[in-house]
Design a protein around this ligand. Structure first.
Ligand code: TXA
Ligand code: MG
Length: 336
């Protein structure tokens, strides 16, 4: 299959919507990362997403919507807390896990769970695409499973060339990390399953109360744990280089020197500007550049990519969550 890359405009969005209506899959930009979209209600189309991504079947997909009416088609109930969060953060980088309305989505989309994940993205091209497709659009991040999520159309092409017919190119994703995933089931309270652009602090401010953070957000879950968010147990974001999170700049430099002495090719993923080491710059907004930097570490032939631990506050907790997964939870000096 030939993979076409088209700039986002009315014509390319109309073409992408037609492909989705025909049961095909297309990649499109969102404000978080690029998604690989298909009609969430069509079993064969959603299966094609899992196939193209080589994604394990037990990891459910998010259905993307453009209006709240679609949420009620997919969810059996929308608790008050969920409504409040939708009002505060939609459209935007927040995904809600709700009870699934029987018959709305096929098993494959939900990985057979009795819940469903829904998100209303704010990216204009994503909104236009979902509206024109006329259906909820199931879309995981558009990377091959286990690779860093794509924040540029070029990253999608690297992973998906020959596997999908069309990539809509909308430039760099504004946020650069996947959406915050929150479960809001009646009787179970609000639980943060995956930190993201909407921070825990923001969620708690909107709800006027503390929320629970799922086990597994900041540490690996054992094989016997039944993960609340199934995606958290799979290996993630890993480039070919070994990734290590280190506590403190001094330790980062020490590990760098040691790798060099051992004949390896270390790089440091960092926003810092000082020093003469080989670095992949993260810039002022490290969340926006992290996934791209992981890909660049590979392009530089790195054997070791070092990341300095940061405080887990605000967006920092989402960045650390992704960095720890990329590192397979290998943390030097301090605990994950
Ligand atoms: O920002 C994003 O969320 C991007 C863009 C494309 O919207 N999408 C994305 O999808 O990151 P994906 O498939 O890479 O991650 C979806 C996450 C996974 O961790 C998955 O396990 C979780 O959402 N999830 C989906 N449905 C769920 C459910 N019913 N219950 C619990 N977790 C669920
Ligand atoms: Mg993903």
């Amino acid at each position: 299959m030939m993979t076409q890359v088209l700039q986002c405009d009315d014509a390319s969005i109309a073409l992408a919507a037609r492909l989705i209506r025909e049961g095909q899959i297309v990649a499109f930009p969102t404000e978080t990362v690029y998604g690989l979209g298909a009609d969430a209600r069509r079993e064969a189309a959603v299966r094609a997403i899992f196939f193209a991504k080589e994604r394990p079947a037990d990891n459910p997909l998010i259905s993307h919507v453009v209006d709240v009416g679609q949420v009620y088609e997919l969810a059996r109930e929308v608790p008050n807390d969920a409504l409040r969060l939708m009002e505060a953060f939609w459209p935007g980088p927040l995904t809600l896990v709700l009870r699934h309305r029987a018959g709305a989505l096929p098993d494959v989309t939900r990985a057979s769970l009795n819940t469903c994940a829904v998100r209303m993205p704010s990216h204009p091209a994503a909104k236009a695409l979902i509206a024109a497709a006329g259906c909820p659009v199931a879309a995981p991040s558009a990377n091959r499973s286990g690779r860093p999520s794509p924040t540029l159309a070029r990253h999608v092409l690297e992973d998906m060339q020959g596997r999908i017919p069309l990539i809509l190119d909308g430039g760099a994703c504004e946020i650069g990390l996947e959406s915050t995933v929150v479960s809001a089931l009646d009787g179970e309270g609000v639980v943060l399953l995956r930190p993201g652009g909407v921070t825990r602090e923001m969620l708690e401010a909107a709800l006027g109360k503390r929320i629970r953070v799922a086990e597994g957000v900041n540490k690996p879950l054992g094989p016997l744990d039944t993960a609340l968010s199934p995606g958290m147990k799979h290996r993630h974001y890993a480039p070919k280089a070994r990734v290590v999170v280190a506590e403190g700049w001094e330790r980062v430099l020490e590990l760098y020197k040691r790798e060099l002495a051992d004949g390896g090719v270390p790089v440091i993923l960092t926003s810092r500007k000082e020093g003469t080491h080989k670095r992949v710059p993260l810039g002022d907004k490290p969340e926006q550049r992290l996934f791209q930097a992981l890909r660049e570490a590979d392009e530089a032939g790195a054997t070791l990519a070092l990341f300095e631990a940061m405080p887990r506050e605000g967006i920092g907790s989402a960045i650390m969550n992704r960095a720890l997964r990329a590192a397979g939870f290998e943390v030097i000096g301090g605990k994950p």
